[in-house]
Ligand binder design. Structure first.
Ligand SMILES: Nc1ncnc2c1ncn2[C@@H]1O[C@H](COP(=O)(O)OP(=O)(O)OP(=O)(O)O)[C@@H](O)[C@H]1O
Ligand SMILES: [Mg+2]
Length: 269
């Protein structure tokens, strides 16, 4: 049974999409059957994983609207065990809102996720910036949430807000949602502020909530994104590729431990 991780943050531009692309690619390289769901209308994660414009013409948005079937929008990538569902081309409008409300969208996305969960080891959902409806749908369908953050002074404030939202989702639609972890991205140890915020984050939040693994800032990053090939394929030895690979291994280890725990609990009952 696959584990479903939503990559979300209230703040834009913190590395959600980059993190989704690179964790997914690393898990794929580790031969994990991985599916990425692009929940951002910019289709950035789909670009990053090399889908063509034509493949992005329809996606999960169109499934929500009842126009296509889920199985018809699951696309292969350059990594054999990694697949991606694009967002599609629709803009979230009042009409869409009304439509999903009528159909009960939170359960709808959850239903799609459950339909594919059995055939995956991991499902990653790339959320749009902010805590709008789409992000809430993702948090309702996920097992855990991974929150990337840039080591900046304001980040701590944002984090407190997102933790509050997670608690709210837990109390309402998804009591089992857990925090997968906070991930420091674009970390530059030459900057005093980067080092200080990281120190403060590690001091403020419990060890199991914040990844010790940080993602370094790498200027060439944007280029790999533009060609639609994850950096692990372009430049596997780079510091960033290795950092994401270590993180993917950490997630894999944790998921296996959780599965073993669940199997144990089931055999005791
Ligand atoms: N480790 C890194 N080093 C250098 N640049 C990075 C790194 N990670 C991400 N970036 C760059 O930072 C910018 C924002 O990253 P990304 O698009 O992943 O953020 P996001 O949180 O998904 O943004 P949005 O909220 O708009 O969806 C991009 O230009 C990306 O190439
Ligand atoms: Mg993004």
């Amino acid at each position: 049974m696959g584990k479903v991780i939503a990559v979300a943050s209230q703040k834009g531009g913190v590395g959600k999409t980059t993190t989704t692309v690179n964790i997914a690619a690393s898990l794929g390289v580790l031969r994990q059957r991985t599916l990425v769901i692009d929940l951002d209308e910019q289709n950035a994660v789909s670009f990053g994983l090399g889908l063509s414009r034509q493949q992005m013409e329809s996606g999960i948005y169109d499934v929500f609207m009842g126009r296509v079937k889920l199985r018809d929008i699951i696309h292969p990538t350059a990594i054999p065990t990694l697949k991606v569902i694009p967002y599609g081309k629709g803009t979230l409008t009042d009409e869409f809102e009304k439509f999903v409300r009528q159909k009960g969208s939170a359960p709808l996305l959850k239903r799609y996720v459950e339909a594919v969960r059995k055939s995956c080891d991991f499902i990653l959902i790339d959320c749009p910036p902010g805590m709008g409806d789409l992000t809430i749908y993702a948090l309702s369908a996920a097992d855990s949430v991974l929150v990337p953050m840039q080591p900046e002074p304001l980040s701590l404030k944002t984090l407190t807000q997102i933790l509050k939202i997670i608690r709210k989702v837990r109390r309402s639609v998804n009591p089992d949602l857990i925090m997968e972890g906070l991930l420091l991205t674009m970390y530059d140890e030459n900057y005093r502020i980067s080092r200080e915020v990281a120190k403060q984050v590690w001091a403020t939040f419990p060890e199991e909530v914040v990844f010790r693994n940080v993602i370094p800032r790498m200027e060439e990053f944007a280029a790999s994104f533009a060609v639609g090939r994850p950096i692990i394929l372009q430049d596997p030895e780079s510091e960033v590729s290795q950092a994401y690979l270590r993180l993917a291994k950490e997630l894999l280890k944790k998921a296996k431990a959780e599965q073993a725990e669940m199997a144990n609990a089931a055999s005791e009952n």
